[in-house]
Design a protein around this ligand. Structure first.
Ligand code: IMP
Ligand code: MG
Length: 183
């Protein structure tokens, strides 16, 4: 694929992504063996990760999505989270795995966790493809983490900048060009 000019250094290759997803799927399958799993994806960024992860799970699972917004077209968390699409199913008594693309400040997830916990699931764990250092301040523990990243803004494999670049098969740093709103 020809890289557009704002695509910077490739930080995680397609091969690295796929082999880590295989490892995560094995971990999730082992941990949830014999249990009925409800996977909740956070739209839109987690879609590519979920699609690859779920195809490798060996446990029975149901899939639902939530859409939240904490960001506009710029790249800093506003701290205000709004549910744009809620779940289609109740989660009371279910084993829930919340799948995210990236935890940055952790604000989105801490809101979502509080919201989902109030619905009384049997268990609630997080699986994030990427984790940046900032979330540790909020004390969020993700049971499954694909890759730890430094504090850089990244694009690809579901992650966007102003809704672009989600379709890149790898994760790259965003290269700032003149006129862009800086991350
Ligand atoms: P948080 O609330 O700061 O943890 O931000 C979480 C959300 O911000 C993620 O689910 C992404 O949608 C978005 N986000 C955070 N960092 C990045 C990034 O590096 N690239 C693209 N989106 C990001
Ligand atoms: Mg997200």
């Amino acid at each position: 694929m020809t890289a557009p000019s704002s695509v910077g250094e490739v930080l995680i290759s397609e091969e690295q992504l796929q082999s880590r997803v295989t490892e995560l799927a094995a971990d999730v399958s082992a941990d949830y063996a014999g249990r009925d799993l409800l996977v909740i994806g956070v739209l839109k960024g987690a879609v590519f990760f979920i699609a690859d992860l779920l195809r490798q799970l060996t446990v029975s699972c149901e899939l639902d999505f939530m859409a939240v917004s904490s960001y506009g077209s710029s790249t800093h968390s506003s701290g205000v989270v709004r549910i744009q699409k809620d779940l289609d199913v109740p989660i009371v008594g279910r084993h829930v795995l919340l799948v995210e693309d990236v935890i940055d400040s952790g604000l989105t997830l801490s809101y979502l966790l509080k919201n989902l916990r109030s619905r009384a699931p049997a268990s609630l764990e997080i699986c994030t493809l990427l984790a940046k250092p900032g979330h540790k301040r909020l004390g969020i523990t993700s049971r499954y983490v694909g890759f730890e990243l430094p504090d850089v803004f990244v694009i690809g494999y579901g992650l966007d900048y102003a809704q672009r670049y989600r379709n890149l098969p790898f994760i790259a740093a965003l290269e700032c060009e003149p006129g862009m709103i800086r991350p």
